[in-house]
Design a protein around this ligand. Sequence first.
Ligand SMILES: [Zn+2]
Length: 130
Amino acid sequence: MRTTVENLYALQELQLQTAPASADREAQIKALRATVPAQILAHFDRMIVQGRKGVALVRNGICRECHIRVPSGTAASLIQPKDLYLCDNCGRYLLLPLDEIAAPAETTPAPLPLPTPVRKTRKKPVAAAV
Ligand SMILES: [Zn+2]
């Protein structure tokens, strides 16, 4: 099941297409708009009217529209969103693309292996033969 924000993103992609409008696209837009609660749609539409995107993708924990880092708590919540999240900076709805969920870039790479310490062999004093 697609979430509201995914529907909004699909809607945004359709609405921002520069190709001439087609009846098919209009129908898709209408169907998607029907899935989004009116209040959310109103916020989204305000963004679109201002010539801005209403939904921003999050890549590497960074909002792709304003390039500001999303708080790590919000970024973590986006993996399994129970709510809609807005970018603190630009106010767009945040969407974590599926490929980011599959391979979160947040994970720190494995630490480089430390150089194996060279054991200094101390020469044992040779026991004096009696
Ligand atoms: Zn932003």
